[in-house]
Design a protein around this ligand. Structure first.
Ligand code: SAH
Length: 510
């Protein structure tokens, strides 16, 4: 504990798209001792927080106030007075209907210093992601941001409906979904043309974005039909008609597709980012956890005796990672590997090896062990000592084939994969609610673990209208043996290959 008073940063966290966080906001989150966030601030932001930071959720989803505004204020003051720097994250911009002004006044009155980090407000960005510019020289020269939250029965309303109705301003209402009928009624009663275009954009800038359009007269029906709920931005004005021409975000090929990623979390990011860029909503349910072997001694002993080997063959990025982690933990470095020749399966494994300063001598074309055998056929490995650091219980074809070619092969367990059951309940309820469009399998163990998560359910029924995508024939075989037949299979047995086949599938069915 220090005797300095901390500072409070009132930070705009943007509307949801991780890329719309400002650099300054990210730096403040990274530096904070305490991070206070609410319902509209996307949870991924917490990944930027320090591991030892206190993370406090203060809720505030219409009605469900986890902490009242007074208590939130008190919390900010208390934490700062305890000497902590506090990142107070707010959806969008803190000073646009974010009560940031009130929080700043309160901090001031308590002698706590603060800074404001503006954010990208949903008022502009949600329309922008729906292809609606809030101003456009051919349509309107000004824009109003209006609270849609005001109680319509309030006597001395500050809402100047006559002025809103007469102007050609784009009207942007926040917090207005529940009041939509009143808003449209008031505008029409005050003379605004019934055919004025209106759009509602829910969860703007995220993969869940949903847009409903209509006119002042029809929008209430359209919104009811679509079942659209809060949080959404309401945009009223002629600029809405530009959406037809300018829509871009929801035109992407995988937009709206909810795709389950079953890989281990540490390895999922390239698949998640490729699919997200195409518009998909990725749901990460890692079915695998990758960990060092329970007994690390055999690997250590092997490394101790590495001078006895001629070849080192890596079949996965995990093999590389855990082999080198152990090597470094033992106080050694790559110089002890100088006499070896190397083979890597797949370009990514090769890159990871390259990160350690070593260029692979052999790079089999595909990810399958069988093609390593092909690649070795041009090399004389007769009587050579080959070491294979790999997963516990890896497939046997590779050591068998190399042995047949005359090599002396030692396998050593460099890591273990275990089933990860953390996402089981989430997975089952998403499947039961028909909230999943596709499931991706990137290895045999993702399939078998996934199926064990569904052990207690009727998996055939749960998966009946879910697209099953497999990375290649080996994975597909495992799937078939467990009773699910993949609908599509990558031609290239790689992550980009898997993305490609999903893209092809959805481009041809949309
Ligand atoms: N300070 C925030 C607004 C907070 S008020 C900002 O600048 O964006 C809360 C309202 O913001 C919600 O009721 C909804 O109208 C709007 N909102 C926030 N995030 C949104 C999003 N991603 N998509 C659509 N509307 C959003």
């Amino acid at each position: 504990m220090t005797n300095k008073t901390g500072k409070v940063y009132l930070i705009g966290a943007g509307p949801g798209d991780p890329g719309l966080l400002t650099i300054k906001a990210k730096e403040c989150i990274e530096a904070a001792d305490v991070v206070v966030y609410d319902y509209l601030a996307a949870p991924f932001l917490l990944n930027y927080a320090r591991k030892d930071a206190q993370i406090i959720y203060v809720g505030k989803k219409g009605g469900d106030h986890t902490l009242t505004q007074d208590k939130i204020n008190q919390l900010l003051v208390d934490k700062a007075k305890e000497g902590f720097d506090v990142a107070r994250l707010k959806g969008g911009d803190p000073f646009v209907f974010g009560r940031g002004g009130e929080e700043a006044q309160m901090l001031l009155s308590q002698g706590v210093s603060y800074e404001v980090v503006p954010g990208v407000t949903s008022a502009i960005s949600a329309p922008a992601y729906a292809g609606i510019p809030v101003t456009h020289r051919d349509h309107t020269s000004f824009v109003s941001f209006i609270t849609g939250h005001e109680d319509p029965t309030k006597k001395d309303s500050s809402m100047q409906w006559d002025i809103f109705a007469k102007s050609d301003a784009t009207l942007v209402f926040l917090m207005g979904v529940k009041n939509l009928a009143n808003i449209t009624k008031n505008l029409m009663e005050n003379g605004k043309a019934k055919d004025t275009p209106v759009a509602l954009v829910r969860w703007g800038t995220t993969a869940k974005q949903q847009t409903v359009t209509g006119t002042l007269e029809t929008i209430v029906d359209e919104v009811n039909k679509a079942g659209l709920k809060s949080p959404a931005i309401i945009v009223i004005g002629h600029v809405v008609s530009l959406r037809e021409e300018l829509a871009w975000f929801d035109n992407r090929p995988l937009f709206g597709k909810r795709i389950v990623i079953t890989r281990a979390r540490a390895q999922a990011s390239n698949l998640v980012s490729a699919l997200s860029k195409l518009g998909a909503q990725c749901i990460e349910i890692p079915t695998i956890e990758i960990a060092p072997p329970q007994d690390i001694e055999p690997l250590k002993r092997t490394i101790e005796n590495i001078k006895n080997y001629d070849w080192l063959v890596f079949t996965s990025v995990n093999g590389v990672k855990f082999f080198f982690d152990t090597l470094y933990d033992m106080g050694k470095d790559v110089r002890v590997l100088g006499h070896l020749q190397f083979a890597c399966i797949g370009p990514v494994t090769k890159e990871r090896l390259r990160d350690h300063g070593i260029v692979s001598d052999i790079l089999p074309e595909t990810y399958r062990a069988e093609s390593v055998v092909d690649a070795f056929s041009g090399v004389d490995i007769k009587n050579k000592n080959v070491l294979l650091p790999r997963a516990k219980m890896a497939r046997t074809i590779l050591p068998e084939e190399l042995t047949r070619m005359g090599a002396r092969v030692d396998e050593v367990t460099a890591y273990e994969t275990r089933i990860n059951e953390d996402g089981k309940q989430e997975l089952i309820s998403l499947l039961e609610d028909r909230q999943i469009d596709a499931v991706t399998f990137t290895s045999s163990s993702t399939v078998s673990n996934f199926m064990s998560l569904l052990e207690s359910c009727d998996s055939r029924k749960l998966l009946s209208d879910v697209l099953i995508a497999s990375i290649g024939p080996v994975t597909s075989d495992t799937a078939v043996s467990l009773g699910i037949k993949p609908d599509i299979e990558a031609v290239d047995y790689t992550i980009p290959g898997l993305v490609d086949v999903l893209l092809k599938h959805y481009s041809s069915t949309n």
